[in-house]
Design a protein around this ligand. Structure first.
Ligand SMILES: Cc1cc2nc3c(=O)[nH]c(=O)nc-3n(C[C@H](O)[C@H](O)[C@H](O)COP(=O)(O)OP(=O)(O)OC[C@H]3O[C@@H](n4cnc5c(N)ncnc54)[C@H](O)[C@@H]3O)c2cc1C
Length: 504
């Protein structure tokens, strides 16, 4: 992390998947780049709270940025995931018309797909759909083989860590509070609060400032005195199903969305880790709740019913947890639907404003980064670095997924691979240690969870949290008040209630 008064060519506000993709893209050039993120880790906003789907491009109006960047981002994803050693599965998607009423909407998606250049689309009758997903209901389906799934937090972390390897500074827990343009020096002066240090003020200077602040991008633009628009948050709630059901869903199955639906409809999504998600719902929430990620009883009830309808045989015990993510919408509730992405240099030269990056922002992130790089090129001289490292180094997969012989070799070389800390997911002590010692210096339990997959299984950390917290205490010197589950005030312990060796 940089100290006070960091001076950069480019400062990026927000370390979601989009900010991190931009950071990595710009790190190919000889530029000094800093990322300011208010949370204690990257990807803690919308980027870890979504379906993880690589969309094909059938959903968006031809000619819009969303359509173009979605198809382009989709086509870039295999290479990026391979370079960054993060999983991608091209499992395809069926958008299913359940009745004649859905057919106009389905044909519209097909026509949009054709105009947007979506490869390999086919209309399938029920018999053909059965071959892809036995038991599926519906009269006609649109098959898009380029749809897939990725790990949204895995990709965000990988982009950030690779950008960091290539020289980008990540200033976590730095909330941007003010922006001034110094006309005489032609730079931006950015005021941030260091939340890891009681809110101490820090100042950063940048020749180019990129606002990638997601749900708060309108506020950040207002700080800079540029127009921008207004964000309305629209919550999507999910249920996560147990891995027991892994393999029961061969592909993504979506309903045909209505013309003004704020989302793509409730669907079943397999994750790259073997769980299934049911959701997301779509409900606008009050402005002051933009980051309120609660799951509500009423919607959970409806998701349970929907899940049991779509996957007969689903037991209550299969619903292992819930979560939600909030869409940064540019359209108010009375309008619904979706506005196009805003990606532009504003009237303040060098201030690049990204707003309304809702779905398919995850899919589009690499293409958005290239588009932003094009805007930066107008302001700065960009010379390619000869020593850019595209590949993520070291072992970043899951030890338990390796063949037995490879595991034995690794245990031989590093005995901590032989000690299981998370029983549900088979995560070893070495993997936990690597997650704790991550290059960005993120230290919450969630940071370990997203990197190592510990705490993600059926018991949701009941077995491994005590072991991980003990490791942090004994080997990293954590005091009770140092433990945070996520960010802000999510402290895990209030203090010591009983000392080791005490007689009672
Ligand atoms: C329910 C749901 C489902 C979705 N499903 C999909 C999908 O399947 N496929 C797909 O392609 N897309 C999907 N999306 C969209 C995708 O998740 C987003 O487009 C993407 O994550 C946006 O990334 P981002 O970096 O712009 O925003 P974010 O991830 O929100 O990052 C913005 C960052 O800015 C930080 N920040 C804000 N204000 C400040 C400040 N003042 N100072 C410092 N930092 C600040 C925040 O803390 C945050 O980390 C979905 C979205 C939702 C909500």
């Amino acid at each position: 992390m940089v100290g006070e008064n960091g001076t950069y060519d480019v400062v990026i506000i927000g370390a979601g998947v989009v900010g991190c993709a931009i950071a990595r893209e710009l790190s190919r050039y000889e530029l000094k780049i800093g990322v300011l993120e208010k949370e204690p880790d990257v990807g803690f906003g919308t980027s870890c709270r979504n379906s993880g789907v690589v969309h094909s491009g059938i959903n968006y109006k031809p000619g819009t940025r969303r359509a173009v960047l979605d198809v382009r981002g989709n086509s870039m994803m295999d290479k990026i995931c391979s370079e960054l050693k993060t999983p991608i599965k091209r499992i395809g998607k069926l958008t299913v018309a359940l009745s004649e009423n859905d057919l106009p909407g389905l044909y519209k998606q097909r026509d949009q797909g054709l105009a947007n250049g979506v490869p390999g689309m086919e209309l399938l009758d029920n018999e053909a759909m059965q071959k892809i997903q036995p038991g599926i209901e519906g009269i006609l389906g649109l098959w898009t083989p380029s749809s897939g799934i990725i790990s949204p937090y895995g990709l965000t972390i990988a982009l950030a860590e690779n950008a960091h390897t290539n020289g980008v500074d990540f200033c976590l827990e730095h909330r941007v509070d003010g922006i001034k343009r110094n006309e005489a020096k032609n730079i931006f002066e950015v005021e941030a609060s260091d939340l890891s240090d009681g809110g101490r003020k820090k100042f950063f200077r940048a020749r180019v400032l990129i606002n990638s602040a997601g749900l708060h991008s309108d506020e950040v633009s207002r700080m800079a005195g540029v127009g921008g628009g207004v964000i309305w948050a629209c919550r999507g709630e999910y249920y996560v199903l147990d891995k027991r059901l892994d393999g029961s869903l061969k592909t993504l199955i979506y309903p045909v969305p209505g013309p003004n639906d704020p989302g793509l409809g409730i669907h079943l999504t397999p994750t790259v880790d073997g769980n299934i998600l049911i959701g997301p719902s779509a409900s606008y929430i009050p402005d002051e709740d933009r980051e309120d990620y609660r799951a509500t009883a009423k919607i959970m009830q409806s998701l349970r019913m929907e899940g049991q309808r779509l996957l007969p045989g689903l037991a209550s015990g299969d619903f292992i947890r819930n979560f939600s993510g909030n869409r940064p919408k540019q359209t108010p509730p009375e309008v619904g639907g979706n506005a196009d992405f805003t990606i532009e240099e504003t009237e303040s030269p060098g201030f690049i404003h990204l707003q309304g990056i809702e779905s398919p922002g995850l899919t589009s992130s690499p293409a958005i980064a290239v588009e932003v790089r094009g805007i930066v090129e107008r302001r700065l001289e960009m010379k390619k670095r000869t020593n850019f490292i595209a590949e993520r180094r070291g072992f970043v997969g899951h030890f338990s997924h390796l063949p037995r012989e490879a595991r034995m070799d690794m245990i031989h070389a590093e005995p901590e691979y032989g000690e299981i800390i998370c029983r549900c997911e088979g995560v070893t002590k070495k993997e936990i240690r690597d997650a704790i010692e991550n290059p960005l210096g993120a230290r919450t339990l969630m940071s370990i969870k997203y990197r190592a997959r510990a705490m993600m299984g059926r018991c949701q950390g009941g077995f491994c949290i005590p072991r991980i917290t003990r490791m942090l205490r004994d080997e990293y010197g954590y005091a009770p008040e140092d433990y945070r589950f996520r960010g802000g005030g999510a402290y895990m312990f209030t203090g010591v209630v009983r000392r080791r060796g005490a007689s009672e």
